[in-house]
Design a protein around this ligand. Structure first.
Ligand SMILES: Cc1cc2nc3c(=O)[nH]c(=O)nc-3n(C[C@H](O)[C@H](O)[C@H](O)COP(=O)(O)OP(=O)(O)OC[C@H]3O[C@@H](n4cnc5c(N)ncnc54)[C@H](O)[C@@H]3O)c2cc1C
Length: 405
């Protein structure tokens, strides 16, 4: 293939690692590489719950794309992808169009509200810097307003989190740390604040082992979080949510409902006519779409089946990064006319943060970790990613080292 146009959509985990690996492995004369993203920065979605709670400023989470790419090799376009035409090999942007010879789709995830009444209109979701910043500002505004109203509204101090999976639990852990600070700042009695989690399964962190779940429950409840399991949100309005438990509907007054119970692949993929399963492209073993030899999919837009369990590989940053490394390798193989390799996921475990210095998780050979040891592991994982992305400089600038101090 003579100097192909390689176009990468989305600068998340999948898109950024594909770009960084390609800029290292291909010469400027071998390919034109173009990265397209809505914003001029990359952000680590795995830190967004901290930005939403206000425990970490969003500037810490975002990284200017121009600081990572080699400008002589990669052209960056800041624009929004509106549609993909795989027959014509074109991507429609809000301000123009680009053609490609090889395409990588890494447009990530968006919230799925499953048609629950009022949820799309009235709940908040943690899926971008903008949405996380809005949650932080909204909570703070309600705390600030509380003492300035003659008729005090408890709904301003109640925070409901829908979903007790990884995102929901990590956000609850941060809130547990942040709320005492907010109470001091806005002269509010901490006992007045309720942080309520509503989870459909019989436990939070349903994919974690029972000892880890028990630890997480104790850690959250000790800091005042109310956990309601086997319950489902039925309706969400501006000033209350209704949930059902044991066949009984209950109403909680709240101005802040954060929906962390469902994500789906970016809708653009399905809308562009690719064959999808639950909105994701069930990719071939080499990460290409079933129908197009020149389109790769990475991260949360891709559905990869685990050959051993015959179940989908979880959509995580860890997997997006592994897929991206293989996609970059396979693009190089395609350009050079070599054989493409097969993706083999390497599930290294998961660590759920429970706040600044607490976490639970399983790593390597099923080793369970709790408390500060789990948190150090979480920080090592995050710092390793920063190193992969931008070397020591980026790791030292953006990395987390607070437990080592
Ligand atoms: C709070 C939270 C905590 C999490 N914790 C963990 C964890 O501990 N471990 C883990 O492995 N995973 C975790 N995840 C999941 C992980 O973040 C995702 O699986 C991962 O981000 C997927 O990577 P991606 O590259 O597919 O997409 P993303 O990282 O979502 O990136 C997509 C990119 O595409 C851009 N984009 C989207 N639409 C358009 C458009 N139309 N035009 C142009 N650009 C567009 C976005 O701005 C973004 O830059 C967590 C997620 C959340 C929300």
């Amino acid at each position: 293939m003579s100097k192909p146009n390689i176009v990468i959509l989305g600068a998340g985990y999948g898109g950024m690692i594909t770009t960084v690996k390609l800029q290292k492995s291909l010469l400027a004369e071998e390919a034109n590489i173009t990265l397209i993203n809505k914003h001029d920065y990359h952000y680590q979605s795995t830190w967004l719950h901290e930005n939403a709670a206000g425990t970490t400023h969003h500037d810490r989470t975002r990284i200017p794309i121009q600081d990572i790419i080699h400008r002589e090799k990669v052209q960056f376009i800041q624009d929004t992808v509106c549609a993909i035409d795989p027959e014509e090999k074109k991507v429609k942007l809000s301000d123009g169009e680009v053609s490609y010879d090889i395409l990588v789709i890494g447009l990530g995830f968006e919230a799925a509200t499953f048609g629950i009444e009022g949820l799309a209109e009235h709940s908040f979701t943690i899926n971008s810097i903008n949405s996380a910043r809005l949650i932080r500002e909204h909570i703070e505004y309600n705390f600030a307003l509380y003492n300035n109203e003659q008729r005090k509204k408890q709904a301003r101090l109640n925070i409901v989190v829908g979903g007790g999976g990884l995102t929901g639990v990590e956000f609850l852990g941060e809130l547990a740390n942040r709320v005492p600070e907010l109470c001091r700042e806005y002269d509010i009695d901490k006992a007045m604040v309720r942080i309520i989690n509503i989870e459909g399964a019989s436990t939070i962190l349903p994919n974690f082992e029972s000892q880890l779940v028990e630890y997480a429950i104790n850690s959250l409840e000790a800091r005042g979080i109310e956990l309601i399991t086997d319950a489902s949100i039925k309706e969400c309005q501006k000033d209350h949510v209704i949930y059902e438990k044991d066949g009984i509907e209950m109403e909680v007054p709240t101005m802040t409902t954060v929906w962390a119970a469902g994500v789906q692949a970016n809708e653009i993929v399905q809308q562009s006519g690719f064959q999808t399963t639950n909105g994701k492209v069930k990719v071939r073993k080499d990460m290409r779409t079933p129908e197009y030899d020149d389109v790769f999919v990475v991260g949360d837009c891709a559905l990869v089946m685990d050959e051993q369990t015959n179940r989908p590989v979880p959509a995580t940053a860890q997997i997006a990064v592994q897929e991206a490394s293989l996609v970059a390798q396979n693009i190089k193989a395609l350009v050079k006319g070599r054989e493409l390799q097969k993706f083999e996921p390497n599930l290294k475990g998961t660590v759920a943060s429970l706040g600044e210095d607490d976490a639970v998780g399983v790593v390597f050979n099923n080793r369970k970790l709790y408390g500060w040891k789990a948190m150090i592991m979480k920080q090592l994982i995050e710092n390793r990613y920063l190193y992969m992305l931008g070397g020591f400089k980026l790791m030292l600038k953006k990395g987390k080292f607070n437990l080592f101090v």
